[in-house]
Design a protein around this ligand. Structure first.
Ligand code: GUN
Length: 294
């Protein structure tokens, strides 16, 4: 069994991106600028956004964080999105999800200029990805594809089971694994909470991407010998053994599944760091106008 070490690959990519930023500046350009909108005090969102801001600084990007109270109106968020759309100093921005119930996430996502949508959530980016056109690919699936690529994982003709059908991970992941490319060319099955023969599906999988958000859902009896397992789960489970009082727990029962795998990503240190670095990569592409010219 070999670990898919997202932490190590992300560190390598951080160096590569920092190098490209230096080049951009040496050629008379400016550092890419990522802005983030954070509403409320959700613990997970706070951690993710803090990590994104920190990584921006490490690769040499500009960053701005706009924080709002839970009571902010939908209109005020839409106004801020419009302002960022029109700010030439901002190359890309994200609105951290989830948003409070009184704000329509879909409305906010659709208000973002797709050319600055470095999260890849806008329907134009999702649609372009679906038909294989250049676009911003959302960070978690993009990070997983990069991880498989850097470990030279064979994907052509393999059966890939994606557990979960969220707009952020499951759906785009399934599309990417089925695309005519490397990594890709898989036969893809998408399973979800209503799937009936989930265990049989998993047992026939060469690659399983677990993105259900159910801690330790995938157990050894569901995994074929030699399978590749990617764990996208990041549930904060209360813990007495950590300083923060919680422990990030994946969707895979790691200790019993790992011995059966050819490759497996750990939690933490697997998909998480790859997600953040993929957002940085998208921001670099936005700064370089590499995908959308104007
Ligand atoms: N919430 C959970 N994951 C993400 C993400 O990748 N981007 C944003 N904006 N919000 C999230």
């Amino acid at each position: 069994m070999q670990l898919l070490d997202g932490k190590a690959i992300a560190a390598q990519m951080k160096q590569e991106i920092a190098q490209e930023v230096k080049q951009l500046i040496a050629q008379g350009g400016r550092a890419p600028h990522l802005a983030a909108i954070l509403v409320g005090n959700d613990g997970g969102s706070e951690t993710y956004v803090a990590s994104k801001v920190k990584t921006c600084h490490e690769v040499g990007f500009e960053s701005s964080l706009f924080r709002y109270d839970n009571s902010i109106t939908e209109q005020a968020i839409l106004d801020k999105v419009a302002a960022l759309n029109n700010d030439p100093a901002v190359d890309g921005f994200i609105v951290q999800l989830p948003l409070p119930k009184h704000i329509s996430e879909q409305k906010v996502i659709e208000a973002i200029d797709y050319r600055k949508d470095v999260d890849g959530f806008h329907p134009i980016n999702v649609g372009r990805m679906a038909i294989g056109l250049p676009c911003f690919v959302s960070a978690t699936p993009a990070g997983i594809v990069e991880l498989l690529k850097r470990y030279n994982i064979e994907t052509q003709g393999k059966h890939c089971v994606v557990l979960g059908r969220s707009n952020i991970v499951g759906k785009p992941m399934a599309m990417l694994m089925a695309q005519k490319a490397y990594p890709g060319d898989c036969t893809v099955t998408v399973c979800h909470s209503r799937s009936k023969n989930l265990k049989e599906m998993c047992l026939s999988a060469d690659i399983i991407i677990a993105a259900l958000g159910v801690p330790e859902f995938l157990t050894a009896d569901m995994v074929k010998q030699g399978a590749v397992i990617v764990d996208v789960g990041t549930t904060r489970v209360p813990s007495t053994t950590t300083k923060s009082g919680f422990k990030l727990t994946g969707d895979v029962k790691f200790d019993e599944v790992a011995p059966k795998c050819s490759y497996i990503s750990p939690v933490p240190g697997g998909v998480g760091p790859m997600t953040i670095i993929s957002l940085m990569r998208n921001t670099l592409l936005a700064g370089q106008k590499a995908i959308y010219k104007d």
